[in-house]
Design a protein. Structure first.
Length: 188
């Protein structure tokens, strides 16, 4: 990716995330040439702990209820995935550098205190959340944050892409479907 000086590595994109085990999320899966990829927790850990790394998230939201589709980008200046012996928790101590983290529409992924390590990574076969979040989200893996406002958090970028017309969860909550998401890493 050439944005902001280039050097961005695609870490996640695609729709092949359902039903993957913790080990598969650890190792990584997909085909990079097809841009259907999850780089793998161990690779993310190694890449983000050798040098300071930025995280760039690009999402295209489906149009819903008369609101047009939109593309939003967010760059977190510092991002790391900690080690496997503590469950690959995520660490993001700063808001987006371009401010999208605080906009409406639940783009806000980070709900935990900035000075704390975020949630550990959960999958359907290794889910310690009180709400069985991975099962709730069609057996996809993510850093589900359940401590604030309950449920499974405001974001799951590994979630399956639904039809843009399918905007309601079984519990009646409205979701804002994504047409696509890209997650990139860049060493600073």
């Amino acid at each position: 990716m050439d944005t902001n000086g280039g050097g961005w590595t695609l870490a996640s994109h695609g729709n092949s995330t359902a039903g993957k085990t913790y080990q598969q999320y650890t190792d990584g899966f997909g085909v990079a040439e097809n841009q259907d990829i999850w780089l793998g927790l161990e690779n993310l850990h190694l890449m983000t702990n050798q040098t300071q790394t930025s995280l760039r998230v690009v999402i295209e939201r489906c149009s819903v209820n008369g609101v047009p589709d939109s593309t939003r980008e967010c760059t977190y200046p510092t991002f790391s995935v900690l080690s496997s012996n503590i469950g690959y928790p995520v660490y993001i101590p700063e808001l987006c550098s371009n401010g999208n983290e605080t906009q409406n529409g639940f783009d806000g992924w980070i709900r935990w205190p900035r000075n704390e390590t975020g949630p550990i990574f959960q999958t359907f076969d290794k889910d310690s959340t009180p709400y069985n979040c991975s099962a709730e989200y069609k057996q996809t893996g993510w850093w589900y944050y359940t401590a604030q406002a309950g449920l499974c958090g405001a974001a799951n970028l590994n979630g399956l892409r639904q039809s843009c017309n399918d905007n309601y969860l079984p519990q009646g909550y409205m979701i804002l479907s994504l047409a696509f998401e890209n997650i990139y890493l860049n060493h600073i």
